[in-house]
Design a protein around this ligand. Structure first.
Ligand SMILES: C[S@@+](CC[C@H](N)C(=O)[O-])C[C@H]1O[C@@H](n2cnc3c(N)ncnc32)[C@H](O)[C@@H]1O
Length: 252
């Protein structure tokens, strides 16, 4: 049986090719990468507003227009998904104890990077290192167009098995996987299980169940597996009604 992404990929590629100027409004891409989550974004925004550093970071972002993004009701220059991505960056920054985009971290591997928006935010917020996005080739093509438009040079890997995901030994590295690893079959996740220990920092955001896989158990087991070498915090996002979890790890 085909998994969720194998089924969806063809439609994503077709919607993108036929509607480049408004690709974020197409059904398949909006549903999977740019959903209308205004109410959730308002809850995240309330948290962001209480943090001066993040509020000014949010306000410093460029006005979004490429691909016809949705407009966040409280701050229409940015989209609801950007608020969610900012919240992910805030959550890991709080847990690591520093503002992640502008920090000692100089290598990011973003597994399943959507249309490249988190990468854009990293660079707009001060990142100057190497940013690798691992995804399907069809989605890499969308990311590359989006990031090139924003004058951002990223590195693209079209398979999570590729060696290019692994950081150089000298770098300070972060593996990021927001709502992506939780959408992979277990056979694909095995390849990532082999490389987690190459990274200094880990930030995964996951939902509860996907394609019949119990993600809460899967990531609780991963925490146990890595706990000899990493301090991992695995907890429910209190702002998200239908349930999602953060898995944030730091080498001891
Ligand atoms: C729901 S989107 C999340 C996008 C983004 N990380 C975010 O938080 O908005 C899932 C992403 O994971 C990618 N993905 C899913 N399965 C994958 C696989 N087996 N290998 C590589 N990328 C995959 C999808 O193409 C997509 O970019």
């Amino acid at each position: 049986m085909k998994n969720h992404w194998e089924t969806r990929l063809k439609q994503v590629a077709k919607d993108y090719e036929q509607n480049k100027s408004v690709f974020l409004r197409t059904k398949s891409i909006s549903k999977s990468m740019h959903p209308n989550i205004d109410q959730l974004a308002q809850r995240y925004w309330n948290v962001i507003q209480k943090d001066d550093e993040f509020l000014s970071a949010a306000k410093s972002l460029s006005k979004e227009s490429y691909g016809s993004p949705l407009r966040f009701s409280k701050h229409p220059d940015i989209s609801p998904v950007t608020v969610q991505h900012l919240f992910h960056i805030k959550e890991m920054s709080d847990k690591f104890g520093f503002f992640v985009p502008d920090s000692e971290i100089n290598h990011v591997t973003d597994v399943g990077g959507g249309y490249g928006n988190t990468c854009r935010l990293f660079f707009e917020l001060g990142f100057t290192g190497k940013y690798v996005i691992a995804d399907f080739p069809e989605v890499n093509a969308i990311q590359e167009d989006f990031l090139t438009h924003h004058k951002i040079k990223a590195y693209y890997e079209d398979n999570i098995k590729n060696k290019g995901l692994v950081p150089d030994k000298e770098s300070k590295s972060l593996l990021l996987g927001t709502f992506s690893i939780n959408e992979m079959p277990l056979s694909e996740r095995k390849h990532l299980e082999e490389i987690y220990r190459e990274f200094d920092y880990l930030c995964i955001v996951h939902n509860l169940v996907f394609d019949d896989i119990d993600n809460v158990k899967y990531f609780a087991d991963l925490k146990k597996e890595l706990s000899d070498e990493y301090d991992v915090q695995h907890y429910k996002d209190p702002h998200k009604g239908q349930g999602s979890y953060f898995f944030i790890g730091k080498r001891k």
